[in-house]
Design a protein around this ligand. Structure first.
Ligand code: ATP
Ligand code: MG
Length: 590
């Protein structure tokens, strides 16, 4: 087939071999790719060195590394040299406090410069960084600090008072709490960062970490159950670097904005590490989603590459085309999305709105980096997650009657034809593969079979090798002999002009086994009514036939995880009157 890109050509600056996907895959080799990194002067590898110090020591020293937009839209910039200086001081402080290689340093901060300094400084000190989302309440914070046996926590005075002081006694491993600013307050149980940093030494070098040393502990989004702590190593930086180039078209002179919070893996791998390893300028916006503000950030910061999520794009769509047109978005060269299935409707909307398609890509906390993508050099197939990146081997594994991966004498088997769905699996061994679920060895081992990592997602691969997401293994609905992926139904409903978002679940039914039920959020200005409900049911039947929703309920506040995913398990639990399970990552209604 022809690998021709659609949209505004980014090809002028694209490396030539990417225009030939097959050749790029054949020729790719992780060892050779690793020559793009510098490694530590004395041998070894450290993420922070690759992200900061090596640029600070070269011609990009004065280039802007971090461009931070605060709540009031004031912009603060840090150069690579300045970031190197600050992170070295932070590392020195941790060492002064007695923290050692492998100790877990947690962060609980909004998107402020101190967060970036703390993360990279702790990596320089050889500590394992575990970022927490600042909107978590005390209970999820306590759970994660305990599970990860936190040795230190970096937070703000307000977050400490509101969320941590009451639970601190329950985390016996926690030796140090550092709070931003100059004032530790009267209680004496925390250390103020500013004076502590001023007293710390300046340059004690980067810890001698090896590619296999633990670097990051990331909790999953909790979409399907209690969040798991996925452990990643310094060697992951190679995957961050390479995938950003291939899947996000990222280049050294780009201004790059990843809207995910560093409390989630996307906000760490691509919101901090990858753009810095390329020597690019990374934009960080302190504020939460607001359609006007986001367009303004894109326009005023002249963002070239934008990495965001389907829910955000769907919300922008709700505001209509006029708003987008009132901003100068001409700097944008590449738009990508991750986290949830990207409805074809949204890809096409991007094409109309920005003159650029939205490039979907797929990965997980466990994979550490993008694995499958509609990347720059290949044709975008709206609705598909794309093709495996060079260096990544993927497949669709056949399942048994219970929906588990079929194993015969310990061997697994690929599905026999492109139409058949199965469990998406990846050949184990890529650089950013997680190395443990913290404290859950058994669970980790259960994710692998016959040399493959089993993702828990159901997909199919078309004849050209593109992967199509059908749902989570847990979410797939079995209705009257059909396997229904919620995503397909949700995307179809989204094509109706009244629908802004949908969440689809299976509901037990005597006749069909399960029937498809859809929860639908309407666009602003559209009123819920019985005729509209009937119209949507009929619309679904016309488009989807046997797998159409049989029930539709209007719901203007679908439950989302804080990382932006529709929590179908919660819709289902509520519908069926079941226990709601772990809600630590549930976002407050918006
Ligand atoms: P948990 O594992 O705790 O249930 P989670 O799986 O949502 O949470 P993440 O690791 O943040 O936690 O999300 C990865 C999952 O998100 C993938 O397994 C997949 O189900 C979904 N996902 C990510 N990107 C895409 C995409 N482009 N298309 C479809 N689904 C996606
Ligand atoms: Mg998961």
């Amino acid at each position: 087939m022809q690998w021709s890109p659609i949209g505004k050509p980014a090809s002028a600056r694209r490396s030539a071999n990417l225009t030939d996907y097959e050749r790029a895959r054949r020729e790719f080799d992780w060892d050779r790719a690793a020559t793009a990194l510098s490694g530590l002067p004395g041998g070894g590898l450290n993420i922070a060195h690759e992200a900061v110090d090596r640029h600070a020591a070269g011609p990009r020293a004065d280039h802007t590394a971090l461009r931070w937009v605060d709540h009031s839209e004031r912009v603060v910039e840090l150069s690579y040299a300045e970031l190197a200086r600050r992170t070295s001081r932070f590392a020195a402080l941790l060492r002064d406090l007695g923290l050692r290689k492998g100790d877990r340093v947690f962060t609980l901060l909004g998107r402020v410069p101190e967060l970036y300094v703390a993360v990279l400084g702790a990596l320089k000190a050889g500590c394992v960084v575990c970022p927490l989302f600042s909107a978590f309440g005390p209970e999820p914070i306590r759970q994660r600090l305990r599970l990860g046996e936190a040795a230190a926590l970096v937070t703000s005075p307000g977050l400490y008072r509101g969320k941590v002081s009451g639970i601190r006694d329950e985390v016996p491993s926690l030796r140090h709490v550092l709070v931003t600013g100059a004032d530790a307050g009267p209680s004496g149980d925390v250390l103020a960062l500013e004076p502590a940093l001023a007293a710390a030494g300046e340059d004690t070098g980067v810890a001698a970490t090896s590619p296999d040393d633990p670097a990051l502990l990331h909790f999953t989004s909790g979409t399907t159950g209690t969040p798991k702590g996925a452990l990643h190593v310094h060697g992951a930086v190679l995957a961050h670097h390479v995938t950003a180039e291939y899947a996000l078209d990222l280049r050294a002179d780009d201004v790059f904005w990843c809207t995910a919070d560093p409390g989630w893996v996307t906000g760490m791998s691509y919101g901090i590490i990858a753009p810095l390893t390329h020597g690019a300028t990374l934009v960080s916006d302190e504020a939460e989603f607001d359609a006007r503000r986001w367009y303004r950030v894109l326009a005023q910061q002249r963002v070239n590459v934008w990495y965001t999520a389907p829910t955000a794009l769907r919300m922008l769509m709700r505001y209509g085309p006029e708003l987008a047109r009132s901003f100068d978005l001409s700097a944008l060269r590449f738009v990508a999305s991750v986290g949830e299935p990207l409805n074809p409707e949204v890809v096409l909307w991007g094409q109309e709105q920005f003159g650029l398609p939205v490039h979907d890509n797929w990965w997980q906390t466990e994979t550490g980096a993008i694995m499958i993508s509609n990347f720059a050099a290949v044709e975008v197939r709206p609705g598909s997650m794309g093709l495996p990146l060079p260096g990544i081997e993927a497949c669709v594994l056949a399942r048994d009657r219970d929906g588990k991966v079929l194993r015969v004498d310990g061997r697994v088997r690929e599905v026999s034809d492109p139409a058949t769905p199965g469990e998406l699996a990846l050949r184990a061994g890529w650089p950013s593969m997680f190395r443990a679920y913290w404290g859950e060895q058994r669970r980790y081992a259960d994710c692998f079979a016959d040399g493959w990592y089993l993702t828990g997602d159901i997909a199919r691969r078309d004849a050209d090798g593109y992967y199509w997401f059908l749902g989570r293994a847990d979410d797939v609905i079995k209705s009257a002999g059909h396997l229904v992926g919620p995503f397909e139904v949700e995307s179809t409903l989204l094509e109706h002009p009244s629908v802004a978002e949908a969440g689809v679940i299976g509901k037990p039914d005597d006749v069909a086994g399960e029937l498809v039920k859809a929860f639908v959020t309407l666009r602003p200005g559209v009123t819920a009514s019985e005729p509209l409900r009937r119209e949507l049911l009929a619309f679904g039947r016309r488009r989807l036939g046997a797998v159409a929703p049989r029930e539709i309920e209007f719901d203007q506040h679908l439950p989302h995880t804080r990382s932006g995913k529709v929590m179908r398990r919660l819709l289902r639990a509520r519908e069926l009157g079941l226990a709601e399970g772990d809600l630590s990552t549930l976002e407050a209604a918006r």
